[in-house]
Design a protein around this ligand. Sequence first.
Ligand SMILES: *Cc1c(COP(=O)(O)O)cnc(C)c1O
Length: 640
Amino acid sequence: MKQQQVKDWTCEDSAELYGIRNWGAGYFDLNDSGEITVKVPAGDGETRAVSMMEIAQGAMERGLGMPLLLRIENLLDAQVALINESFGRAIESCGYNNVFRGVFPIKVNQQCQVIEEIARAGHPFNHGLEAGSKAELIAALSTLDNAESLIICNGYKDEEFINLGLQAQRLGVQVFFVVETPSEVETIITCAEREQVRPNIGVRIKLASKVGGYWNATSGDRSIFGLGSNDLIAMVDQLRRHDMLDCLKLLHYHLGSQVPNIRDIRTGVLEACRYYADLVEEGAAMGYLDLGGGLAVDYDGSKTNYTHSKNYSLDEYCVDVVEAIMGTLDSEGVAHPVIITESGRATVAYSSVLLFDILDTTRFEPVELEHTKITEDDHPMLRNLQDAAGNITAKNLQESYNDALYYRDEVRSLYLHGQVSLRERANAENLFLQAAQKIRTLLDEAEEIPVDLQALPEVLSDIYYANISVFQSLPDMWAIDQVFPLVPIHRHDEAPTRSAIIADITCDCDGKIDRFIGRQEEQKTLPLHPLREGEDYILGTFLVGAYQETLGDLHNLFGDTNVVNVRINDDGSVDYSREIHGDSIADVLSYVEYRPQDMFEHFRKLAERAVKDGRISPQQRKQILHTYTASMSGYTYFEK
Ligand SMILES: *Cc1c(COP(=O)(O)O)cnc(C)c1O
């Protein structure tokens, strides 16, 4: 970064650099003090903005240290309302003759606090839930309290699953069983006849349309779930034989998650409508069309059909869906069905932010040593290296770099053969770093960067050590190279003069973050501020509400982080609720079958023996055991 730029840096420069207003979707912005704000709709139709740094400090004062997962309830409410209102508008403007009934797929964030909040916020819209397993059905039945909302049951269903759903139907709950495999039809028929309940049956079809994006394996012929046209007709005949065609009411498909291209959404609807019309023709009752999930989140804010983005707005999505359904069904004279979507990602992504502090940094710069002077006594290779480092100009960057690299590697090899000392090698490493840093600085001014030097800024970037486990808190970042917006939540009135990658504290070489969203393309380093002595430096990973919370694992026994729900009131005050302290060390050890009480006994015996042997005093034993139990009940993360 040029000196002038650093001096005149403003919050606007930061907003631009980190793309905050692109991915922030109006929910995240910056204030004049250089802090990220969360902006929520208020009762008066305006918005309220609160600094995330203030929210973080409030949580820390309440004993909820970093890392901390913030769930911003207002954003969950806002997204639920937005999806329903947007479909409402599309239905009205197109003159569609039926309603929208969204369901939230529990698997996307199963946390009780989230599901309860969605049920609460969704109540005015009759928003329901989608369950993919018995456990999720039980969660749905225990949360929803609205006779108009739907519960859609997907996934493999055994008799117990089906019986539970049928009993719930007796209680007035609108449960739908979506047939995913041909063999399920028989089970549903048997159970329904035994229980004397007319079930609501849906069927998942395999669409031939293939979609772009990461999760496209869910669509097409080889998708694991869903019936092909041959199985579908067999099912219709089977239901007809049992006089149950009036129970077949719903057609479902799921293209996969995060569909970035609106064209694929539209193609899916068109194909599904063909099936829908033919099922009506076959005599099935129908009435519901369930488009599954796939509504994408613009993680990088680029508004493109790139994997981590989407090239459509929510309003366009809704209008396209409604128009596509009408366009197909009207010409067949088929009545408009209730439109169901199972949007998970788009509903919850915005509402969670993972905050964490930076513990330390490593710079690839020369280390200060006491004796650095290269003398006549040093190996000639060191003197060559020194000369190479001294002769760098803007005109010979590539050549100088090659020389420095060559001499450094020569010194390393001489060291291996015992021909230079450890001190000489240390001096050589320092000289090399000095040369490389100088070349990097000159590259900033260069008009054209030689190909071989393009990776230099990345190679020389800092490592910032973050108090998180990527495996626990950001599993998709590690497993499938998902990128999330990652930004400091303060100091945006200062230029971020460092360039870094992030390492977590699992000491696993995969426990790192080295892909970041960028203005045009993905970046390999992230601009950050230098740490300040005695001051927290807090980063936020945004848009992590979907899929990240329960897919995480206990790698290196780092457990769940602290979590707190936050609600921003109309007067701008902040309520903290549903505080959940992260796993203690005893908790994570018991997950892997240790028994903390037995472990304590073992340790106590060790201490007692030391007292007997005269190595420690009984008072010291007390202190040692206290330290042990305090650790046992402590947070698994770095505590300050
Ligand atoms: C995962 C899944 C969803 C959720 O998809 P999103 O892209 O998160 O909206 C919906 N329906 C089914 C059947 C799913 O498997």
